[in-house]
Write a protein that binds this ligand. Structure first.
Ligand code: CP
Ligand code: NVA
Length: 308
């Protein structure tokens, strides 16, 4: 049966470990210049309702590295943009390609596409979740720490889609996720309950200084996500105490790492000297999108065959 990746919870702890191990192997193969065309002749359709730099390029280059092909599809140029239903698009695409990636405004569109597609569907970001980002970030932290169990990641700022995926990942990694955000910008309550019910450790607080004090990792993201543009002024006002700057970073252990899924808005959620500073690992995160998604694609399209 086909398997989708709409949420980080679509894989279990064991699958997560395997994908990360495969991703690290694929990264080595690429840097050694060793061909690894594990998806030769396979195609991935990529539907982007919203802008993207990293997701688009990493999936497209990933398919090329694997000997396959990726198609960039803008809904405005598809019949979707003229009212064709998602379920009909799903069934037609599945007759041509081996997997579909979609970046959508509404998570329900991603779910609907998956429901009607006979090939695997990957969530490339929705209003609710960004599982590919967190998958790559877990790879990045595994490279740094080895074992993630008992690490503490403090999210600072808007409790958004990326934050939701971190919360949902807690039962899979054993990491504690602490979210410091203003009360009106807290992450999805239902997802917090879901993570806790599965054994995840999640704490929601208001004070960023207290939250970073014993953190191993500080993580932030833009305050105005795609789709929230009309709320820009009120968001900037509500979140202004939540910048990861040198003053906040000084409250954290001196070896804490700083992460950001990018794109960054320097001077808003993160200060220029912090993102450029020695504790920042944001470019490793961006690179690992490529390797982690290649490992995911191989498992979803070619199955569990081991990567040499
Ligand atoms: N982090 C991330 O998904 O970046 P893009 O919006 O550039 O794809
Ligand atoms: N939270 C951001 C992430 C961008 C990769 C957004 O949804 O726009």
């Amino acid at each position: 049966m086909k398997k989708d990746f709409l949420s980080i919870t679509d894989i279990d702890e064991h699958e997560l470990k395997n994908i990360v191990a495969d991703a690290i192997r694929l990264k080595r193969l690429k840097s050694a210049g060793t061909a690894h065309e594990l998806l030769r002749g396979k195609s991935l359709a990529m539907i982007f309702e919203k802008a993207s730099t990293r997701t688009r390029v990493s999936f497209e280059v990933g398919m090329t590295d694997l000997g396959g092909h990726a198609l960039f599809l803008n809904p405005q140029d598809m019949q979707l943009g003229r009212g064709e239903e998602v379920r009909d698009t799903a069934r037609a695409l599945a007759r041509y390609v081996d997997a579909v990636m979609i970046r959508a405004y509404r998570h329900t569109s991603v779910e609907e596409l998956a429901r009607h597609s006979t090939v695997p569907v990957i969530n490339g970001l929705s209003d609710a979740q960004h599982p590919c980002q967190v998958l790559a970030d877990i790879m990045t932290l595994t490279e740094r720490f080895g074992d993630l169990r008992d690490l503490k990641l403090t999210w600072v700022g808007d409790g958004n889609n990326v934050c939701n995926s971190w919360i949902l990942s807690s039962p899979l990694t054993g990491m504690e996720i602490v979210v410091a955000s203003p009360p009106d910008y807290r992450p999805d309550e239902a997802l917090i309950d879901q993570a806790r019910a599965a054994g995840g450790r999640v704490r929601i607080v208001t004070d960023p200084e207290e939250a970073v004090r014993d953190a191993d990792v500080l993580y932030t993201d833009i305050w105005v996500s795609m789709g929230d543009e009309e709320e820009r002024a009120e968001r900037l006002k509500a979140l202004r105490r939540y910048t990861i700057d040198a003053r906040l970073l000084a409250q954290a252990p001196s070896d804490a790492l700083v992460m950001h899924c990018l794109p960054a808005h320097r001077g808003e959620e993160i200060a220029d000297d912090v993102i450029e500073g020695p504790q920042s690992i944001v470019w490793d995160q961006a690179e690992n999108r490529l390797h982690a998604q290649k490992a995911l694609l191989v498992r979803m399209i070619a199955g569990d065959a081991p990567i040499p």
